[in-house]
Design a protein around this ligand. Structure first.
Ligand code: FAD
Length: 502
């Protein structure tokens, strides 16, 4: 395509996380001259995507589908793997179950049906993947049995994903400007005409026909968070990037975009009570989460339990239990385990960053905690008395639950009785907000009449209406990749059509 002057790009992508870089690569593939704008400096690039463990959920028909995108799996390794398929229908069912059937049907269908082909496209674009043996499989008779539909992560987690996407963008000749937040989108009549960028305190205008907004949601914006989610959310820590402050949303609303989705909802988890208040780019990886609560119980400062820790696999509860922790006094809870389950806890519990109290007896443990001690001991006693007999099977929903206590524990209920005992304090960490822009399955941003705003596209966390209340783990990266690729391709085609017209 032709450029008008030095500061003309066919497509400008706002953000440099997973969704944005997928959009940039896809736009470039369709022939566009592409500019990526990133608000942060180069050493803080990659957005929330950088902080992930890279778990990415997609539909596949069995191990052979996975070997196409992970060719390093040898025949010998494959012979020791039992990999049930995870169909489009299962993914769709899981998405609908997690969101209470609210996920917008066109967007939900696009996400699940395009998931595998997008993974293949990422692989063609030099993104490597690995199997997730830890936490997503168990060994029986020498065979690794995978379960739960989330067997794959990006190579070297989010760090590797961002590195590989950037390498690919560089290889394709895509320009990336760091420390260059987009601040305003201009229209000429009905069409996008330029974007204003803040560069070293100066405003630079880049002429363009199309903008893809992929600059995250507003979880790092204290004011907006309090306004949309409620004041209490200012007590949550921000798990990811400090730069996702809702800029893309306000720029889009200024030119008539329609808000959509659950504007008072967000993804949040139980995270180490001493985690930094905003993601630390020098400590990448999802190192502060605490996701083994289905194997133990959670007790608040008043000494009470407050959720069914064993309601489902953690993949289906972790994204909604963060807010339950936030509601507790002091926004704190203690995850309690005994020595029977301690070896089974996920590896984040062994990290030096993990805050842990340990004691030989429950009484000694409680003496170290900032809780109502009497009530705490009563809660443990009542829980232990309520645990029912049954086969304990940590890798499947075993129905070994409690009876006669509220809330119940529905699966994996073992008495807390064998010392040493452990308490891990957790607080609420916000991941991203569910409210966003209304977009269709082409990634086009819609106005209040549900009509596309010519030249404006969105991807990733910016799109509202896909997640409500909860989401199936690994869907954030997949949504970013599917809609990033879609939006980038649509933007490239749009510009081509415009240039052919003129
Ligand atoms: C700790 C943690 C662990 C997670 N683990 C997983 C996981 O394992 N699997 C999974 O699927 N999801 C996970 N998620 C969720 C996942 O990170 C997100 O859903 C997904 O990465 C969002 O991608 P995105 O590209 O939309 O946004 P981001 O990756 O956040 O990218 C947004 C980018 O926009 C930039 N930006 C913001 N404003 C501007 C502006 N005005 N101009 C220019 N640039 C701007 C930001 O700096 C950032 O680089 C995790 C999130 C966190 C925080």
């Amino acid at each position: 395509m032709t450029s008008k002057n030095d500061l003309y790009y066919d497509v400008v992508i706002v953000g440099a996380g997973n969704a944005a870089l997928c959009a940039a690569i896809a736009s470039c593939e369709s022939g566009a001259k592409v500019l990526v704008l990133e608000k942060g400096p180069k050493n803080k690039r990659g957005g929330n995507s950088f902080f992930t463990d890279g778990a990415i959920r997609f539909a596949f028909n069995g191990l052979e589908d996975l070997r196409e995108v992970i060719p390093k799996i040898t025949d010998e390794e494959a012979a020791k793997i039992h990999m049930p398929p995870y169909t489009v229908e299962q993914y769709h069912t899981d998405l609908m179950k997690a969101t209470g059937n609210k996920s917008e049907s066109e967007l939900a269908e696009h996400l699940v049906t395009k998931s595998y082909e997008t993974i293949k496209w990422m692989h063609e674009n030099k993104v490597d993947f690995d199997l997730i043996y830890d936490n997503q499989s168990f060994v029986k008779d020498g065979i690794n049995h995978f379960w739960g539909g989330l067997p794959v992560k990006t190579w070297n987690r989010g760090v590797g994903l961002i590195e590989q996407l950037n390498n690919r963008a560089e290889e394709l000749g895509i320009d990336v400007w760091y420390e260059s937040p987009a601040v305003k989108i201009n229209k000429d009549g009905n069409e996008i005409s330029s974007i204003v960028v803040k560069k070293k305190e100066k405003e630079v205008i880049v002429q363009t026909k199309s903008v893809v907004l992929a600059c995250g949601s507003f979880e790092a914006n204290k004011k907006l968070r309090a306004e949309k989610l409620g004041e209490i959310w200012n007590n949550a820590i921000v798990r990811g990037t400090e730069f996702n402050t809702g800029d893309g949303l306000s720029m889009a609303f200024e030119i008539g975009a329609q808000p959509f989705g659950e504007w008072n909802g967000c993804h949040s988890i139980g995270t180490d009570a001493n985690a930094p208040i905003v993601g630390d780019f020098t400590k990448p990886g999802d190192i502060f989460k605490k996701h083994s609560y289905p194997l133990g119980i959670m007790i608040n400062k008043e000494g009470n339990r407050f959720v069914d820790e064993g309601a489902d696999f953690r993949n289906f509860t972790y994204a909604k239990y963060g807010r339950e922790v936030l509601k507790q006094p002091g926004h704190i809870a203690y995850q309690i385990y005994d020595s029977q389950v301690r070896p089974m806890l996920r590896d984040e519990y062994d990290k030096e960053e993990a805050t842990c109290y340990k004691a030989e007896s429950i009484e000694e443990l409680v003496a170290q905690l900032d809780v109502n001690r009497e009530q705490f001991l009563q809660t443990i006693e009542a829980y232990n008395n309520a645990v029912q007999k049954g086969d304990y099977k940590p890798a499947e929903k075993d129905n070994k639950g409690t009876e006669g206590i509220t809330p119940p524990k529905s699966n994996w209920a073992l008495k807390i009785e064998k010392g040493p005992f452990y308490a891990f304090p957790v607080t609420c960490g916000i991941t991203f907000c569910f409210g966003g822009l209304k977009a269709n399955k082409k990634g086009e941003v819609l106005n209040n009449n549900d009509e596309p705003i010519n030249g404006l596209y969105a991807a990733g966390e910016m799109i509202g209406g896909i997640f409500y209340g909860n989401y199936p783990g690994g869907s954030g990266l997949m949504s970013g990749a599917v809609f990033g690729r879609t939006a980038g391709t649509s933007a490239g085609r749009y510009v081509k059509a415009q240039l052919n017209l003129n």
